[in-house]
Design a protein around this ligand. Sequence first.
Ligand SMILES: NC(=O)c1ccc[n+]([C@@H]2O[C@H](COP(=O)([O-])OP(=O)(O)OC[C@H]3O[C@@H](n4cnc5c(N)ncnc54)[C@H](OP(=O)(O)O)[C@@H]3O)[C@@H](O)[C@H]2O)c1
Length: 329
Amino acid sequence: MVKLYFKIELKEDKKMKAIVCTKYGPPEVLKLREVEKPIPKDDEVLIRIHASAVTASDTFIRGFKIPIQFMIPMRIMLGITKPRRPVIGLVLAGEIESAGTKIRRFKPGDQVYGLTGFGLGAYAEYKCMKETDSKSGCLALKPANLTFEEATVAAYGGLLAFQFMEKGNIRSGHKVLIYGASGTTGTTAIQYASYLGAKITCVCSTTNLELVKSLGADEVIDYTKEDSLSPGAKYNFILDAVGKSKTSKLKDACKKALAPGGKYLTIDDESLLLDSNRLNRIKELAEAGYLKPYIDRIFKLEEIAEAHRYVEKGHKRGGVVVEINPAIF
Ligand SMILES: NC(=O)c1ccc[n+]([C@@H]2O[C@H](COP(=O)([O-])OP(=O)(O)OC[C@H]3O[C@@H](n4cnc5c(N)ncnc54)[C@H](OP(=O)(O)O)[C@@H]3O)[C@@H](O)[C@H]2O)c1
């Protein structure tokens, strides 16, 4: 009897729950499956994932909604009719379960957060990752004061927001405008600009005006009601956190509202960098109390299609989280 019980345990240990993207298409192509649990190589850690996220990027990959100029290289990179790596998911926060012999930065029990990049695989109970940055991801110790759920928002929103905001050379007293301030990137960008002492103007829709004020906006503009800026408004730095696909008269007016020497950047101007040093800076700011990730909704792994439908509408507030192996404290 004892032997039989032991055998079943071992078999179960080799499997994990994951979301498989069966082909490129609508959210329904995402299926909950039992798949092989990954085994770490000498230069990898095995992460027990507690939370993942559904981001704009996840919905682009699932639906293969890629700008025409990137279609061929991305198909080659990701897979022709479906992702070559069937388990998708870009963001994770979890705990190191085991570490290969060549791992130096992490040890079992460490709480980590990061992005998996082209390695995908975050919609699963476990994921193996290298400790070095590459196109297959970046990993760092999680901010100690954030939950795993909050850490997923800090990882994705933080990497995007910090990468672009750092280019603004923002100083105390500078006037900063964030267009699309209520999403994952926008809500993080507000807090980063506030930390730097900027005077912040945020553009968002009516329902999000109070949210962005609560995060640090000094002035708000409702893009559903306004199509121009106040005469004479000039900004040292403007971040378009919505992207080039969405245009408006107001956005055109923003582009022209730069102070001398000012800079306008859109979130599509360069590729997201997977950078663990930046994750460490995000951790420092979060632990110092300057960054509190905003969570819109939390879905269970089996509700992933619903989460994708929600995010695809393009109006999430902060981040949308997927709970996987909920942490028990
Ligand atoms: N460069 C890269 O490599 C890279 C990587 C990943 C993502 N991205 C891009 O980063 C962007 C931001 O991602 P995210 O997850 O932070 O986005 P998100 O959370 O989905 O936020 C979208 C924001 O857009 C606003 N919005 C939607 N429609 C709008 C409209 N017509 N006019 C003005 N604002 C509008 C929403 O505000 P309301 O709800 O108030 O309307 C919300 O604040 C995405 O476009 C994504 O493609 C770029």
